[in-house]
Design a protein around this ligand. Structure first.
Ligand SMILES: [Fe+2]
Ligand SMILES: [Fe+2]
Length: 244
């Protein structure tokens, strides 16, 4: 690798952001709550599942580079903070104690059998995460008005922090792809294509963090659009790197 890789991390804190917010600030009606709860749970659980994916990748001892592990460490820290924020929010909105929500999260078990073919090497994992983080960036961007509608203005701000962090994860993944894997520039379209096809076909999300888009929020056209933009971005950056 020609230059050193340092993943970037945004600085913000859940406790500062949600300081002083209480359940009394939540304006969501009982009726709206029953519709809101599943959406809040899906987002919270997916953030939690990042640690299941991290453990799955690390435990398999895949021989990935030190740079990859630097990327993963920063990513995992951020996803932990996202979990903390969405857990607090979920508890404030639903009235369920944080400890009780946490024990439901702790009971989750990831089933990685179906996504394992997408995790075969460092290049493939980075492409998968780049696509997934690009999808999360778009998804959270669209979710801001919904979260804001629950009452406290800081809920909207929390979602904006999450969205901006996911965009940073995308950038960090692309950066490492460019620095360490540019020789695979011609493989990018087929690898992204396989991920998008998997995302479109997956009927049930199995606590794997990635490809949790089998919900009403996303359709195949959107996945393909995001996939195409990810391919363009990565290939453009890789070609520039190779021309140096
Ligand atoms: Fe996240
Ligand atoms: Fe992320």
């Amino acid at each position: 690798m020609t230059s050193t890789y340092v993943p970037r991390q945004r600085a913000w804190s859940v406790s500062d952001l949600l300081a002083g917010v209480t359940s009394a600030d939540v304006t969501c009606s009982e009726q709206d709550l029953s519709a809101a709860e599943p959406r809040l749970w899906i987002d919270l659980a997916a953030e939690w599942d990042a640690r299941l994916l991290e453990a799955h990748i690390v435990d398999a001892n895949r021989g990935f580079s030190a740079e990859f592990h630097a990327f993963l460490k920063v990513w995992a820290e951020d996803e932990e903070q996202h979990t903390e924020g969405l857990l607090r929010l979920y508890s404030l909105v639903t009235g369920e104690q944080e400890g009780s929500v946490l024990s439901r999260l702790r009971a989750r078990v990831g089933d990685f059998r179906s996504v394992e073919p997408l995790l075969e090497g460092e290049f493939e994992v980075l492409v998968l995460l780049a696509y997934d983080e690009a999808m999360s960036t778009a998804g959270y961007g669209e979710d801001i008005p919904f979260y804001r509608s629950l009452g406290p203005a800081s809920f909207g701000r929390l979602l904006r922090e999450l969205k901006n962090d996911e965009a940073m994860h995308y950038r960090n993944a692309v950066e490492l792809l460019v620095l360490a894997h540019s020789h695979r520039v011609e493989d990018v379209p087929s690898v992204v294509e396989r991920v998008v096809q998997f995302d479109e076909a997956q009927e049930e999300y199995r606590a794997t963090f990635v490809l949790d888009h089998a919900t009403d929020q996303f359709d195949g056209a959107k996945m393909e659009r995001v996939g195409e933009s990810v391919v363009r971005t990565i290939q453009r950056r890789m070609r520039r790197q190779l021309d140096r």
